[in-house]
Design a protein around this ligand. Structure first.
Ligand SMILES: [Zn+2]
Ligand SMILES: [Zn+2]
Length: 96
């Protein structure tokens, strides 16, 4: 089951279930659309994969399958990320 993380890992912006700004990689690393576009350039700093918009879970299922409560904020360390970003930013996710 998809883990619905409540905030952007980089900037801490709230990303509730119904947010249309929540972006995830295949490992559910979760960032806001702004960070994905302007900071990460569609390269996940943790795994190198691309991002897609996170689907919204129907409200009636949230009680039984709630979004995650504890926020994970781990701002991207750009000096560490630089090599991966350079290697992948101009390669489409399906070709990485
Ligand atoms: Zn963000
Ligand atoms: Zn990732």
């Amino acid at each position: 089951m998809l883990e619905m993380r409540p905030v952007c890992e980089n900037c801490g912006k709230n990303l509730p279930n119904e947010s249309r700004e929540a972006m995830i990689c295949t490992f559910e690393c979760t960032f806001c659309a702004d960070c994905v576009e302007k900071v990460l350039h569609n390269v996940c700093p943790n795994c190198g994969g691309g991002f897609e918009r996170r689907p919204v879970r129907p409200k009636e299922l949230l009680e039984k399958y709630p979004a995650k409560k504890d926020p994970l904020v781990k701002p991207v360390q750009m000096e560490k990320f630089a090599a991966r970003l350079e290697a992948y930013r101009n390669i489409a996710p399906q070709d990485r």
